[in-house]
Design a protein around this ligand. Structure first.
Ligand SMILES: [Zn+2]
Length: 422
């Protein structure tokens, strides 16, 4: 059977652990919803071992149960140790997909673990953790080799084989420091696919500006080696240091670059048309502007000034554009309020709030005043967390699923001290 490429977006995990940046639990939820609508295979949706993630993770699993999230898999990220697996299933018992991570390079073994772990104990820890995750009911488990690009390939093969033996469904090859180039990652990914014999995931960073190119080359290596490939992305490339492989660029590169799609195809029907919306939302939520020259979604991505180019593109867009802006969901007029503006905030009142909601077609006609007040209260709390006016989709979400919104907004620090919760 033809081997294909799946996308696993890690914005809600790698993206949010970026220095100086973060997302509210509602914003993370909206990202899962948009990724699902877009047709992305999996969202690495958070950290089951981190206490303040618990309600958010449970709420999103509930949204999947309710059919609000339709096809997307929700995967948690934890360390590849039994203790983390135990804690995960105590806190989030119905989680079904996990990636377990452990460092594999000599650098990390020597200078991070500092004698606490050896090459052998790393294999043991990972194998035990993978088995335990399956024993607790995980449906898919990925074993992550952190700093894989600085790890000896022979040891990586050993790691992959041990993971496979323990029942792992995939191995994640992490180019944690962005050290690879397309040539090296192709070779390594192909070797791993051939010698380990399970699907391989590529996790690439942009420290040398090659995250997207490396993801593509790695995916090609995996497929040439006879396995399914999984590529990690983040929206707008947001991620630690110089960031991760950008979701939009990865889709464009896989589907538009010279001859690639003829042999190496995306497994899911990913709707590129949604990329503008999701990019804009992530930019607003992270409060990080999209660079004007960002491929596909930057404001200059389809702008032409020079006489020759403008003339050429007017005669036939294909003269100077590789793909049409409509394909990325661009071209819709956007209206910006230039007169009086009523927004929602943490101190909003019911009349301003009804005005805002009325404008976005959320009718309060069939809601009682008490219900309307409750929704407003949730909007206020959401605003306390996000520090900016909520977007229409967020307001609609709260109005439609107030119980889920309440769960997302409920943070109870130090609770475990009283309740003995894990
Ligand atoms: Zn990373």
């Amino acid at each position: 059977m033809e081997k294909k490429i799946h996308l696993i977006d890690v914005t809600n995990r790698d993206g949010v652990q970026t220095a100086k940046l973060g997302l509210s639990k509602l914003e993370k939820t909206m990202i899962n919803i948009y990724l699902d609508q877009m047709g992305v295979f999996q969202s690495e949706f958070g950290f089951p071992v981190t206490r303040h993630e618990k309600n958010y993770l449970l709420a999103n699993l509930k949204l999947a149960e309710m059919g609000v999230l339709k096809n997307i898999r929700l995967g948690g990220w934890i360390r590849a140790i039994e203790e983390d697996v135990e804690t995960t299933f105590k806190r989030v018992p119905n989680i079904k997909h996990l990636n377990l991570s452990i460092s594999t390079s000599d650098q990390m073994i020597e200078y991070k673990f500092q004698g606490k772990k050896s090459k052998k104990s790393i294999l043991d820890d990972m194998s035990k953790a993978v088995k335990l995750a399956h024993a607790h009911g995980a449906e898919s488990v990925g074993a992550n080799a952190e700093d894989a690009s600085r790890t000896d390939v022979k040891y990586l093969v050993e790691f992959g084989l041990a993971a496979k033996e323990a029942g792992a469904d995939r191995m994640r090859y992490c180019d944690t420091l962005g050290y690879d180039n397309p040539f090296t990652i192709y070779d390594t990914a192909r070797t791993l696919a051939e010698k380990v014999g399970i699907p391989i995931e590529l996790h690439c960073h942009g420290d040398l500006g090659m995250a997207v190119a490396n993801s593509m080359a790695g995916a090609k290596g995996v497929i040439d080696g006879g396995q399914e490939a999984y590529v990690n992305t983040t929206i707008n490339g947001i991620g630690e240091r110089a960031g991760n492989a950008d979701l939009c660029c990865v889709i464009l590169a896989l589907t538009k670059s010279k001859g690639f799609e003829e042999q190496y195809r995306l497994a899911e029907d990913v709707k590129l048309k949604m990329i503008s919306k999701i990019a804009k939302f992530a930019s607003y939520a992270f409060d990080v502007p999209i660079p004007i020259n960002q491929p596909g979604v930057g404001s200059n991505a389809f702008a032409h000034a020079s006489g020759i180019h403008a003339d050429g593109v007017l005669k036939d867009p294909q003269n100077y554009e590789l793909y049409g802006y409509e394909e990325l969901g661009r071209g819709e007029p956007i209206s910006v309020e230039t007169g009086r503006e009523i927004t929602t905030g943490q101190y909003s009142g019911i009349s301003g709030f009804s005005h805002v909601m009325g404008k976005i077609d959320v009718s309060f006609k069939n809601k009682t005043r008490i219900e309307a007040n409750e929704i407003l209260e949730l909007v206020r709390y959401a605003n306390v967390e996000s520090h900016k006016p909520l977007v229409e989709d967020e307001l609609e979400f709260i109005a439609k699923y107030p119980d889920i919104a309440k769960m997302l907004l409920t943070l109870t620090p130090l609770q475990w001290k009283e309740t003995n919760e894990p």
